[in-house]
Design a protein around this ligand. Sequence first.
Ligand SMILES: C[S@@+](CC[C@H](N)C(=O)[O-])C[C@H]1O[C@@H](n2cnc3c(N)ncnc32)[C@H](O)[C@@H]1O
Ligand code: SF4
Length: 402
Amino acid sequence: MSTVDLAHPSPCAPARAVSPARGDDDFGVYVHWPFCLAKCPYCDFNSHVRHGGIDETRFLAAYLAELAHFAALAPGRRVSSVFFGGGTPSLMQPATVAAILEAIAQAWRLDAGAEITLEANPTSVEAGRFAGYRAAGVNRLSLGIQALDDASLKALGRQHSAEEALAALALAKRHFGRVSFDLIYAREGQTLRQWRDELTLALGNAADHLSLYQLTIEDGTPFAARHRAGTLRTPNRTEARALYALTQELCEAAGLPAYEVSNHARAGSESRHNLLYWRGRDYAGIGPGAHSRIPTDGAKRAIATAKMPEDWLGEVEASGHGIASDTILSAEEAADEYLLMALRLSEGIDLARLEAIGGRVPNEARIAALQHEGLVTQNGARLAATTEGRLVLDWLIAELAA
Ligand SMILES: C[S@@+](CC[C@H](N)C(=O)[O-])C[C@H]1O[C@@H](n2cnc3c(N)ncnc32)[C@H](O)[C@@H]1O
Ligand code: SF4
């Protein structure tokens, strides 16, 4: 068995119902803002530093044009969530966010109660824009805090202190009804004791949601080079499992159990937008390197846009969209994707849905064997990975898909 990384975007806890599934027709819009103040040495997201600044007005015009293109590909949908992700969307002017939200409301039907999330970095300059984002219509903020001590923040190459992060969190809680923050654990030299103290502090300050990612060493990053050279030591598998187990224990005790591999929430406060991905629903992704899943003639269309911001901008200005790849998923691909995503959730997969998509339902003997090993639980048509199962999620998915 291969073990999965407990990191972003990966494992979690015993089966527990998340907020009731809303209609199958839920539709999300993701907006990718690909710019950052500095590139963190562990990060391989589609994020870029532009020291000379960018022409935000020109980019906004491109976002609006691409939005119109996607509205024509998926007309008439009811938008239940919007997510501004990055990169660092808190570098956007609130007026840019407001203009994009207005365009979304015009292009589709925006639910009155839609969840509208923006990812923010907790520097004081960015915190100064929180009121503007709230006024623009954002009602959920996701803060990238990463660590709660200055030495760790420095080692992670972050541009903020722990004090600034906690101040930004307090301000966010004043402005937004819903607030989440991210921490990265299993960092260099991090002991169980240190993580217990840090997570306890985090839980004491948490609002309704926490994303707790185990540090992943991503190829091509400065951290990967140091890891290869032996100058960056991360916890071994046994230590990482212990950190993961402690994370589950403390979060459950604090009333924020895992509903996904790395995501914890109070009941009813799960990220509705991310649930769309994990439940295999439809969404449009706008901006450089964004992905979409849009239905077409009973199948699913997988679309991705050009990753480099300036390439994307040029494409949109020339043809109204930055689409770089556009394929129709086969039934088998769509079923594999559903299995891969939904097994991350503590609610698990719906076997009837897996079959409807075109996947092979694992035979009873195989499920019984996995149950016997304590790796899955079954409740009617729902099959979920246990905490142990999530530790070997890649292997489990391969077993179920075989
Ligand atoms: C796309 S980033 C955007 C958030 C924002 N720019 C920030 O850095 O605060 C989303 C989250 O992914 C997590 N992340 C990024 N790279 C990671 C890595 N190599 N290992 C673990 N978590 C990572 C961080 O917690 C980060 O907040
Ligand atoms: S972690 Fe966030 S701030 Fe750092 S480079 Fe990645 S996207 Fe940018």
